[in-house]
Write a protein that binds this ligand. Structure first.
Ligand SMILES: Cc1ncc(COP(=O)(O)O)c(C=O)c1O
Length: 368
């Protein structure tokens, strides 16, 4: 039986298969206690646009990383404005290096900044750039290199060797490497606070940059107070209502990361010795996505196995960036696309749900 709604928008699961809503999802947004009360107070105060709460959220993000942080309506916007501001500041640079295995938004952000994305392959062993391919892609025209902490694993690359590295912290908030906060490892960084992320504002994002560049981003962000010389304003602020969601979660970020790490370790234990396990450094990893590396099992077969156990298992990106172009040119990204599967990992997983995923992982590994 088909459900009501737009044609083709949703069909019921075939008989015998769990419907999507019965499955443990890959992620479920965390809403801390007291959030409703806080939102109510903002509504009663009648200040709904960007104001004191957004400012407090930016200050808290600076406390977690480094000055200066500017919030906007998405991670894509944050990167686009960061690149525009950087280009204005430098007065030169045409190309931005982006990883082949990544969210396609990163590619579109570069294009939207009227710059050229140059795609370098991803190393399937580390999910960071293939160091040799990255080196080949750097030219005199390179303005910046987007360095992604994919799945929450802090990028192991020597960032200081790169021309203007920008940390993509869409998958990492509240972590440190070598005593330094992730998000302050490079000259600039940006964050996504989309609903599935470690810390969310439903939709949202932020850029962190040196003050001259941050000031330019603030100009671009608005329409009514752009400085002379700013080509245009985008009107892409984060409202106080949404910023409150982020602020409330920021107060719990240590607990969120700690619990994600505990769950990931529990899954690791179920996979011990199986070859499916992707090792992590639990001292720095934000554990955004729990991924397994399939050897011979086709991805659809593995998905069906977990689905039959009531568990969502998906490719981390259904359409990663490299599929936008010459897909055959990026063997590392292709290998990740063909072999890597993500399983549920989020703060609000219940004990029973964790046990269910653990059991399925153990059985899947045993059946190989
Ligand atoms: C690694 C990475 N960078 C950037 C983005 C873009 O962020 P947003 O969805 O907030 O625009 C995403 C996707 O959410 C992402 O996964």
């Amino acid at each position: 039986m088909k459900s009501k709604g737009k044609k083709g928008s949703f069909t019921a699961a075939p008989p015998g298969e769990p419907s999507r809503s019965d499955l443990i999802p890959l992620s479920r947004p965390h809403v801390p206690k007291g959030t409703l009360r806080g939102l109510g107070a903002i509504l009663r105060g009648r200040h709904l646009a960007a104001g004191p709460v957004t400012a407090a959220f930016e200050a808290a993000l600076e406390g977690l990383t480094a000055p200066e942080v500017v919030t906007v309506n998405s991670g894509t916007t944050a990167l686009m404005l960061l690149l525009r501001a950087l280009k204005d500041h430098r007065g030169r640079g045409e190309e931005v290096v982006v990883p082949a295995y990544c969210c396609p938004s990163v590619f579109w952000a570069v294009r939207s900044a009227d710059l050229r994305p140059v795609v370098a392959d991803t190393d399937p062993a580390t999910f960071a750039y293939d160091a040799g391919d990255l080196k080949r892609r750097l030219t005199k025209k390179t303005l910046a290199v987007v360095v992604v902490h994919t799945f929450g694993t802090v990028n192991p690359q020597a960032l200081w060797d790169l021309p203007f590295p920008i940390e993509d912290c869409a998958h990492t908030v509240g972590c440190r490497r070598g005593g330094r906060p992730v998000g302050a490892l490079a000259e600039a960084a940006f964050f996504s606070f989309y609903a599935t992320k470690l810390l969310h504002t439903a939709y949202g994002g932020a850029a962190r940059a040196p003050s001259a560049i941050a000031a330019r981003i603030r100009d671009y962000k608005l329409t009514d107070s752009v400085s002379k010389g700013t080509p245009r304003g985008y009107n892409v602020s984060l409202s106080d209502l949404l910023a409150f969601l982020g602020l409330a979660q920021l107060a719990e970020i240590d607990a969120v990361v700690a619990k994600r790490r505990r769950i990931a370790r529990a899954y690791d234990a179920a996979l011990a010795g199986s070859g499916l396990l992707v090792p992590r450094d639990y001292g720095s990893d934000a554990c955004y996505r729990y991924v397994v590396r399939l050897a011979g099992t086709p991805i659809e077969e593995a998905r069906a196995f977990f689905r039959s156990r009531g568990i969502t298992a998906n490719r981390p990106y259904e359409t990663p960036l490299f599929l936008l172009g010459d897909a055959g040119a990026y063997p590392g990204a292709r290998e990740i696309y063909d072999r890597v599967l993500a399983l549920p990992l989020f703060y609000d997983l219940t004990r029973d749900e964790v046990l269910k995923v653990k059991g399925a992982l153990r059985d899947f590994a045993a059946g190989l």
